[in-house]
Ligand binder design. Structure first.
Ligand code: HEC
Ligand SMILES: [Cu+2]
Length: 320
């Protein structure tokens, strides 16, 4: 989990377990092959031919023994069996992770943007659909369907401890699934180079017990109330004039969709796709000069007045 980011040698769910076993298996086979070849090579280098003895006339006899061919047959034979077995194991692994054992009850549409992830929780009832960003909450023990789309270039969705990579390709709808059997914070990362800030296109998958997940889900659906103080009112005013063209806050007139939905931004652990811990100082630094922190991002450096900045940061902080 978090203490070992992107550690793909451990897995925490059925979409990743077979992959990790295969990974360990192929590493073991590769190391064994390397060791055996190294040993054979050393034997060949250091073993000496028997010294030929000259015959009665003083000539060295020419010997053509054919024993070497047998070794080649054996070597090629063993390699073929091992490679074929690895290929079969790989095919079975791909089949095992192709789809979950039972149909997912939860579907999340994920849209990749340069350089952040839009996360939309699907529901048969339109009123229960909501959008968030860069932080995907899932209930433990449940397979979750992930539908992938992109608004710009190719990206790749990767949470190594929960599933293999799935590319996100313009004009194509790929889907994959994840499942976490243990509660925790799993690190995810765009795994296909997508421009200058590719390295800062991370996300978190937060697996919670079904009860905790249900209460998180309820909280995300809650509408934002009216600002409760003068500062928050000022902050909301700044937000509506300077930010709402790109950002949405459900329940207000802010409906922009160029940037992440900020309805419950204060509930998220990080901002700017995993780049910064979500606290007052970082939020202020980000809003003041996003281009210094994530050059090339579609979030402009707003350079607000100190008062406007304090107010808008307080407003965002109230969006729990
Ligand atoms: C021109 C469009 C645009 C404007 C205007 C804009 N933003 Fe952004 N904002 C973005 C984009 C795009 C991102 C995502 C950047 C990234 O992570 O690469 C973003 C990210 C953010 C984030 C991080 C959200 C998250 O969950 O990661 C916050 C907070 C934020 N903006 C606040 C503001 C505030 C406050 C204002 C107004 C003072 C503002 N933005 C104005 C486009 C905009
Ligand atoms: Cu990327």
């Amino acid at each position: 989990m978090m203490d070992t980011p992107l550690d793909y040698l451990y897995s925490f769910g059925p979409a990743a377990d077979p992959l990790v076993k295969l990974g360990w298996g192929l590493i073991t086979i590769s190391l064994l092959v390397t060791a055996i070849i190294a040993i054979l090579l050393l034997v060949a280098i250091f073993s000496r031919r028997q010294k030929a003895r000259p015959d009665a006339e003083g000539h060295l006899p020419i010997t053509r023994d054919s024993g070497g061919m047998m070794l080649i047959y054996i070597g090629v034979g063993i390699s073929t069996v091992v490679l074929f077995a690895s290929a079969v194991w790989t095919i079975f692994t791909l089949a095992a992770v192709a789809s979950p054992a039972r149909a997912p009850t939860l579907t999340i549409d994920i849209t990749a943007h340069q350089w952040w992830w839009e996360v939309r929780y699907q529901n048969d009832k339109p009123a229960l659909i909501f959008t968030t960003a860069n932080e995907i909450h899932i209930p433990t023990g449940e397979p979750v369907r992930i539908n992938l789309a992109t608004v710009d270039v190719i990206h790749s969705f990767w949470v190594p401890q929960l599933a293999g990579k799935m590319d996100v390709i313009p004009g194509q709808h790929n889907s994959t699934w994840i499942q976490a059997d243990k509660a925790g914070d799993y690190f995810g990362q765009c795994a296909e180079y997508c421009g200058v800030q590719h390295a800062h296109m991370a996300f978190h998958v937060i697996a919670q017990t079904p009860d905790e997940f249900a209460s998180w889900n309820r909280q995300q659906l809650a509408a934002v109330g009216a600002p409760q103080s003068e500062t928050l009112q000022q902050g909301q005013n700044v937000f509506m004039t300077r930010c709402s063209v790109c950002h949405a806050v459900r329940g207000t007139i802010a409906g922009g969709n160029l940037g992440p939905d900020l309805t419950h931004v204060a509930s998220r652990g990080t901002i700017a796709a995993g780049l910064l811990v979500n606290n007052t100082d970082n939020a202020a630094a980000w809003i003041d000069d996003a281009q210094a922190l994530k050059p090339g991002s579609s979030m402009p450096s707003l350079h607000l007045s100190p008062q406007e900045l304090t107010d808008v940061v307080a407003y965002l902080g109230s969006l729990k």
